[in-house]
Design a protein around this ligand. Sequence first.
Ligand code: IPE
Ligand code: IPE
Ligand code: MG
Length: 238
Amino acid sequence: MQRAREDRVPFHVAIIMDGNGRWGLGQSLTRSDGHRAGVEALRRTVEAAPGLGVTTLTVFAFSCDNWRRPAAEVATLMELLAAYLARDGQRLVAEGVRLVMLGRRDRLPAGLAAEVAAFEAMSAEGGRMTLRIAFDYSSRAAIAAAARALGPDATLEELDRLIAGPGGSPVDLLIRTGAEKRLSDFLLWECAYAELWFTERLWPQFAPADLEAAVGDFHLRERRFGAIPATAAPRAAA
Ligand code: IPE
Ligand code: IPE
Ligand code: MG
């Protein structure tokens, strides 16, 4: 039987899915072919994640700065989001995956924002995993919007809640593929104590075994959140 969302230890994994363009060109294909192959990698990853204990998966699919790319590539990315929802949306809902979109909606093609809202409503009770897709997303914009909305007396907890958005929480593990080691305006606030994991692998090459390796590595790390190591505590107190 499926365990309820509340019963499980929260484990938030975030992924910067980078390297699609380089993969496409490396295969003597186009950058857009790389994005298409990237959707397959997303599909595999979403399928594998709940089995590895992931309760929230946030993926970076399109940044506000990606508007700087050629119009044809941008159009492909919009079409791929629509196609992903059309092809996988119903199945995800049936499997108990809650879908949440982060980012601006006013620049999405006509109809897509409504489609997104419909899937969010349909999947709202999903307890298997929350899948958050960041699209036309900027973390700095999200932080600035929360600061404006809450005003100067905002508490950290209020900011935490508003910046993280629906289904959001601090990130436990941040993965970036594609050999770059930067955050590119993704979940800056939520990654305050995230463990970081980078791979040379390009996103279309990312396989469930890679996710398993990242999660395995995460479990070997000692998170201290500013305190001293747990093993040293008794002696240090003495
Ligand atoms: C990531 O792959 C997908 C998006 C940014 C939309 P890229 O398109 O950035 O691929 P590279 O980094 O140019 O290879
Ligand atoms: C970050 O990748 C955005 C997504 C993966 C959607 P970019 O490829 O846009 O980031 P930079 O430009 O290399 O920093
Ligand atoms: Mg890139």
